[in-house]
Write a protein that binds this ligand. Structure first.
Ligand SMILES: Nc1ncnc2c1ncn2[C@@H]1O[C@H](COP(=O)(O)OP(=O)(O)OP(=O)(O)O)[C@@H](O)[C@H]1O
Length: 287
C-alpha cells in the first residue's frame, strides 16, 4: 500500500495550519510523526483520515484520490484519535463487539478477531470487567484494539501513549511496530522514545510545515559531532538552559546534554547523538 500526499494545505479561519505538505508513505516500517504542541500533527492525521478536507492538494491511497473518494480510505482505515471514546458501562468485549458491528464485521469473524486482540494487548483476563474499572493504560489498549479490528490496512494513532507507564508504552509500541511490517502505520507522539528504535521513517512537523522526512539515521547525522555532555553542580544547572537537550541526575552528579557546533566548555565531551537531540536541534533551528 502507498499513501501519497501532494501539496496539501488547510486553514482554520485565517490561520494556515497545514502548509503545502508532501509525503510519500509506505508499509514496511513504523512512521513516526513528531512536532511541538500546535504543530498540526492531529490536523494532518485527521486530514489523512478524511475527517477534514484540505482546501488544496490531493491524497492518493494506492492511486485513488481520497479527497474526492473518501470511502476508499474509510474502508481501509483504523484511526485512534487523541481523545479515545469511552463507554464506562461496557466491558472490553462488549465495546469491541459494538465497534466490530459498526465496521460491518461478521459476528463470527469479530469473535476470533476480538479474542486475538485481547490476547495481544494482555486484556484477555479482563474481558468481562467494565471499562469504568480499568486503568487509563488498559483503556488505551482497548482503544488500540478497537482501531485494529477488521485488520485495516492503514493504521493512524494520535498520541496513543499519553499518560501511560513505561511498560504500557512498550506494549503499544511493539504491537504497532509489528503491524507496520505489512500495514501503513503512522504514530504521532511527543515522546521520542516511543518511536526511537522502532520507526523506519520520521516526519518532523512545525507550524504546519515539514522540516524533515526520512530515516532516523538521516536525522541523527545532522547532529553528528554537535552533542556534548558535562556535569555541573545543581546551582549552575538553572543558568545552563540554552540548547539543552536533557538534564539527568546520575551517580556522579547532574549531567547536562547540550547541542552546539562548538565545544561549550572545557569539560564537555562529545557524545553519540540520540533522536531526542536531533529532533530538538531541527525544531530549534527550523531547517
Ligand atoms: N477545529 C479547530 N478550529 C480552529 N483551530 C484549530 C482546530 N483544531 C486545531 N486548531 C489549531 O490548529 C493548530 C494545530 O493543531 P493540532 O491539534 O493539529 O496540533 P498538534 O501538533 O496535534 O498539537 P498537540 O500536540 O498539542 O495535539 C493549533 O494552533 C490549533 O489551535
Amino acid at each position: 500500500m502507498e499513501l501519497n500526499i501532494r501539496n496539501v494545505s488547510l486553514t482554520f479561519g485565517q490561520k494556515l495550519i497545514l502548509d503545502n505538505i508532501n509525503l510519500n508513505l509506505h508499509s514496511g516500517g513504523l512512521i513516526g510523526l513528531i512536532g511541538p504542541n500546535g504543530a498540526g500533527k492531529s490536523t494532518l492525521l485527521r486530514t489523512i483520515s478524511t475527517i477534514l478536507k484540505p482546501e488544496k492538494g490531493n491524497i492518493f491511497l494506492d492511486g485513488v484520490d481520497i479527497v474526492k473518494y473518501p470511502k476508499k480510505m474509510r474502508i481501509s482505515l483504523g484511526y485512534l484519535p487523541q481523545q479515545v471514546p469511552y463507554y464506562p458501562h461496557l466491558t472490553p468485549i462488549e465495546y469491541l463487539q459494538y465497534i466490530a458491528a459498526l465496521k460491518g464485521i461478521s459476528k463470527k469473524q469479530a469473535r476470533s478477531n476480538i479474542e486475538n486482540l485481547l490476547t495481544k494487548f494482555h486484556l484477555i483476563n479482563a474481558g468481562n470487567t467494565k471499562l469504568a474499572d480499568f486503568s487509563g493504560g488498559m483503556r488505551q489498549r482497548v482503544g488500540i484494539a478497537a482501531t485494529l479490528l477488521g485488520d485495516p490496512k492503514v493504521i493512524i494513532v494520535d498520541e496513543p501513549t499519553i499518560g501511560l507507564d513505561p511498560l504500557e508504552r512498550v506494549t503499544i509500541r511493539n504491537v504497532l511496530a509489528e503491524m507496520a511490517v505489512n500495514h501503513i502505520v503512522i504514530l504521532s507522539t511527543h515522546v521520542i522514545s516511543d518511536i526511537e528504535a522502532v520507526a523506519s521513517k520520521i516526519i518532523v512537523l512545525k507550524e504546519g510545515q515539514i522540516l524533515y522526512t526520512g530515516s532516523p539515521e538521516g536525522l541523527l547525522q545532522r547532529v553528528t559531532n554537535s552533542v556534548w555532555e558535562y556535569t555541573a553542580p545543581v546551582n549552575q544547572v538553572l543558568n545552563q538552559l540554552e540548547n539543552v537537550s536533557s538534564i539527568a541526575q546520575e551517580i556522579d552528579g547532574i549531567h547536562i546534554r547540550v547541542i552546539s557546533q562548538s565545544k561549550p566548555n572545557a569539560e564537555a565531551v562529545n557524545v553519540t547523538p540520540r533522536l531526542e537531540d536531533a529532533s530538538l536541534a531541527i525544531l530549534e533551528s527550523g531547517d
